[in-house]
Design a protein around this ligand. Sequence first.
Ligand SMILES: [Zn+2]
Length: 141
Amino acid sequence: MIDVNQERAEDSAPGRSLRKRALLAWRHELVWAYQAKEADRQTELRQVVFRKLVSMFGPRHVVEVEAQANAVDVEIWAAVEGLRFLGVRHPSGEIQICLVSRCPNCGQEAAGDWLTRLADLGRELADLEEKGKIEGHECLK
Ligand SMILES: [Zn+2]
């Protein structure tokens, strides 16, 4: 995967102004985001969700993704060490993943915010443990 924070060597050429470097970095990031979205669109949802979960949490945890019923599925469930995740393919083609947990207050299942890295999962788990709530969930109690 391309590190978007890694400035391309040719963009940091000596004498190049900050303004020019920033614009080039931004354009490259737009291209990178577009390519990532296109790659998601052309790949099976199950494969993308598996790859994203392994990329977020590292290869040491067993990632289980349910079988995909058909190529047009827009949602798929996954589990890692008892935690449940939902992968969603948006109309734009982008695929995102959230943690789905049971509200400690009312017992209803609810989805958290989108996860992009390990710390995001930590934030969701801390909210559940410390605040006893799922952000954005309309609690029945
Ligand atoms: Zn609740």
